[in-house]
Design a protein around this ligand. Structure first.
Ligand code: HAM
Length: 418
């Protein structure tokens, strides 16, 4: 038997209803905050991701699904959505009339990471991006939105972790100080971090290897190197979060795994997820639109890990699972034919109705109705048919009544409409 690929998964009925509910609630909230949906392709030219996410990141170095298409052009299954949204914003000149635009998009992403609970090779994200707003209030708005969403979805124990990564004016000074420090502890760093010292030194800050963590306790802190403008922005973020009563923590190690970030970055973490504690991540990326060939327009955004959100959401999937409103137990060919016409008309009217197509015994049809969890069963046999009636049983109360076949569909629609 052919099994699915490691790190990929099926989302089955029984579980998918919760996903639908989450997506619906998220889209509704995003629309209420002025975001509009954008749909972007699942594949892009590899260069789009390597340039924006950064050649020296784990994602680009070792996690992308990249292959030549039939003409030899390198294409990649998207590991994230931000780069594509930026490309679309530039390509369709969406900044021309008004640079301020807000988009959201939901869909699968692909990263060849080591699979474990909360970490998959195909996973889903709910992305939101704001273009054209330099004010740190836009960052605050994103965090507030996430906080509201998680509260509505009853995610326990959520906390915003925030940091500022500075800007091209102040980050190079920090990088220099950090590299000097790293040289003093080089001997104890893991092989990856020794390599990162030259390629991407900031990433050493969030290495999970215990020796590296220990060695980094004395490392210089980015917050001490911020320029006045970055510092002022970060102060605003903190002040506004406090004012709005958002539970947050400053996390100097939060450097994120993508190179395009500037200034405020954040993650929403929950204690309910184990090792993969980030249920959303994001931040400002003021240089990316220009870097990808557009005008100098600031931007900020986030992505929610949909799979992780579904895992920690406090709502039970059971609540959203649909059951048929009616099961028609028809006995004999003439009754079956009539029942078939009825279920078609009921389905078209928005009433989910099922029947058995095999003309099995009444007992086995009733069993199936029970298994499906139908609210009502309508019984129609030769005898009922000759008398022009059918028997309607309420499966909860077990009450039963005879109803005339004439105008039965209209009557059932009236009675069963949710
Ligand atoms: P990211 O931190 O790489 O950011 O991913 C965002 C979220 O996606 C993570 O917090 C996590 O919940 C989920 N996630 C990431 N990788 C996996 C995985 N392998 N399996 C399951 N869930 C995963 C970004 O992708 C940025 N594009 C976010 C952003 C938007 N920044 C600005 N705008």
């Amino acid at each position: 038997m052919i099994q699915l690929i490691r790190g990929f998964k099926d989302i089955l009925p029984g579980e998918v209803e919760l996903w639908q509910h989450i997506e619906h609630r998220a889209a509704e909230l995003l629309e209420d905050y002025g975001f509009r949906e954008i749909r972007i392709p699942i594949m892009e030219r590899t260069e789009l991701f390597s340039r924006s996410i950064g050649d020296a990141t784990d994602i680009v170095e070792k996690e992308m699904y990249t292959f030549p298409d039939r003409k030899g052009e390198l294409i990649t299954l998207r590991p994230e959505a931000t780069a594509s949204v930026v490309r679309a914003y530039i390509q369709h000149k969406m900044h021309a009339a008004d640079p301020v635009r807000k988009f959201y998009t939901v869909g699968p992403m692909f990263r060849r990471e080591r699979p474990q609970k909360g970490r998959y090779r195909q996973f889903y994200q709910i992305n939101a991006e704001i273009f054209g707003v330099a004010s740190p209030l836009a960052d605050v708005q994103l965090i507030v939105l996430l906080d509201t969403l998680f509260e509505r979805l009853e995610v326990p124990d959520v906390r915003a972790h925030i940091n500022s990564l500075g800007c091209p004016d102040c980050r190079p000074r920090y990088r220099e100080a950090l590299v000097s420090y790293l040289r003093t502890v080089e001997d104890v760093l893991c092989a990856d971090c020794r390599r990162r010292m030259t390629t991407n030194p900031l990433r050493v800050l969030d290495c999970k290897v215990p020796d590296c963590r220990q060695a980094m306790t004395g490392a210089p802190i980015l917050a001490d190197y911020l320029c006045d403008a970055c510092r002022k922005d970060f102060e605003t973020v903190k002040k506004q979060l406090e004012k709005l009563g958002i539970n947050y923590e400053i996390d100097g190690r939060l450097v994120r795994g993508l190179d395009y970030y500037t200034r405020t970055t954040f993650e929403m973490q929950t204690g309910a997820l184990g090792a993969q504690s980030a249920v959303a991540g994001g931040g400002r990326y003021d240089g990316l639109v220009k870097m990808l060939g557009g005008p100098a327009i600031p931007a900020t955004g986030f992505a929610v890990g949909f799979d992780r959100l579904a895992e920690v959401c406090g709502l039970s999937a059971e609540r959203f699972v649909r059951k048929p409103a009616l099961f028609i137990a028809a006995l004999g060919a003439p009754s079956q034919e009539i029942a078939f016409e009825w279920i078609c008309r009921l389905g078209a009217a928005g009433i989910e109705a099922e029947m058995d197509f095999e003309d099995r015994s009444l007992k086995s049809q009733m069993k199936r109705a029970d298994r499906l969890g139908a609210d009502y069963v309508l019984m129609l046999g030769e005898q009922e048919l000759s008398r022009g009636v059918a028997l309607l049983r309420n499966m909860r109360t077990r009450d039963q009544e005879e109803i005339p076949i004439k105008a039965i569909v209209a009557g059932l629609i009236h009675r069963l409409q949710p």
